[in-house]
Write a new protein. Structure first.
Length: 339
């Protein structure tokens, strides 16, 4: 029996050397260590041994089983390692490769200009008030001294939804809403989107305005001029040339338009500024007493000034953008330049 066990051990060792894959290793385990395996068969033969030999042979059988199990486990470990290496080679990650990196986003030039204008106004005591983009004709025009069929409506080519509902053509609509709801004195700004049927290098059908309205006693043109000068200098720097031009709006009297140096030619005169060297940024004026009365404010006691910035134009001047439409195309190359 001892001889048999020794032969079995050697046979197993030799056979294991030839095992080249997991499937053959499993077959090998069944053949030698399984319930019907060769070792079990030998164990069964122990019944026929004299009693004194059984412990010796029993110990030997255990020894041989242990050896075969150890060798099998070693082989299994080799296969596991090979499998792992194969897997790692397949999914190789070269950690020395330079990283792709994340592109940093940035605020849109318009958002930056909005933030700057709003922050400056809030620092001067203005409150932010918003109004609807789909607006009643009444607030956009009638409450601002522009009755139906009045020729001054032609100044703004408006998108009508129905006879009485439109896409607001100016943030001045919020002026009327504010006067009807707030108790004077007050100072408000109203930033937002507006719409006009208009398109060229300085006009977009969708653009942005920021309205300002101050209602108080003893307001004069000097207050308007000094406030706007501070705001413009804060926005464009102390050296910027600002020009106040007499103008006309039905809701302000007197009215002005305010220009700054053209972003394209810097004052020389070019196609963009039609040779003037300036770009128009906003309209402003002293609120027409008719408008105060229409909106429930005592025009004998209170006066007001109002202004309406073209925010896109401010972004154009600040970033030397020569076509307003480039701000709405979402061309990543353009936006990167604005960083
Ligand atoms: C107005 O809209 C008046 N509501 C401004 C105002 C407010 C006057 C309060 C008096 C008191 P105007 O139509 O000029 O005015 O437009 C104001 C500014 O918006 C212009 O100076 C210009 O900077 C800008 N703007 C006008 N139309 C367009 C357009 N299609 N695209 C881009 N910007 C425009």
């Amino acid at each position: 029996m001892q001889e048999k066990l020794k032969m079995l051990s050697e046979q197993a060792k030799a056979e294991l050397k030839e095992v080249k894959d997991v499937a053959s290793l499993n077959n090998f385990k069944v053949k030698y260590l399984g319930k019907q395996g060769l070792l079990t068969e030998i164990l069964r033969g122990m019944r026929d041994l004299p009693a004194e030999q059984r412990p010796v042979i029993g110990a030997l059988v255990n020894q041989v089983r242990q050896d075969i199990e150890n060798q099998t486990a070693q082989k299994q470990a080799e296969f596991d390692k090979m499998e792992l290496e194969k897997e790692l080679a397949k999914n190789f990650i070269d950690i020395t490769e330079p990283a792709k990196g994340h592109e940093k986003g940035a605020l849109h030039p318009l958002s930056k200009v909005f933030d700057l204008l709003i922050d400056s106004c809030v620092a001067m005591g203005f409150k932010v008030v918003e109004g609807p983009e789909v607006e009643l004709d009444y607030f956009n025009f009638e409450a601002l001294n522009i009755p139906k069929n009045h020729p001054s409506r032609d100044m703004q080519d408006t998108f009508f939804v129905t006879d009485n509902i439109l896409l607001r053509s100016q943030t001045s609509s919020v002026q009327a809403r504010a006067m009807q709801t707030l108790k004077p004195p007050f100072k408000i700004i109203s930033p937002g989107r507006v719409y006009r049927n208009d398109s060229d290098a300085t006009h977009s059908p969708v653009f942005h305005q920021m309205e300002g309205l101050v209602i108080d006693e003893n307001i004069s043109m000097a207050d308007l001029k000094s406030m706007l000068t501070v705001l413009m200098r804060r926005t464009f720097g102390e050296q910027t040339q600002i020009r106040f031009r007499p103008s006309f709006f039905p809701f302000t009297e007197p009215s002005v338009e305010v220009d700054v140096t053209c972003p394209s030619c810097h004052g020389e005169g070019c196609r963009l500024c039609k040779g003037t060297g300036f770009m128009e940024l906003l309209g402003a004026g002293i609120v027409n007493p008719k408008v105060l009365e229409e909106n429930g404010i005592d025009s004998k006691k209170y006066r007001g000034f109002a202004f309406g910035f073209g925010v896109d134009r401010v972004a154009m001047v600040k970033n030397s953008i020569s076509d307003i439409r480039s701000m709405f195309k979402n061309d990543i190359r353009f936006l990167k330049q604005m960083k």
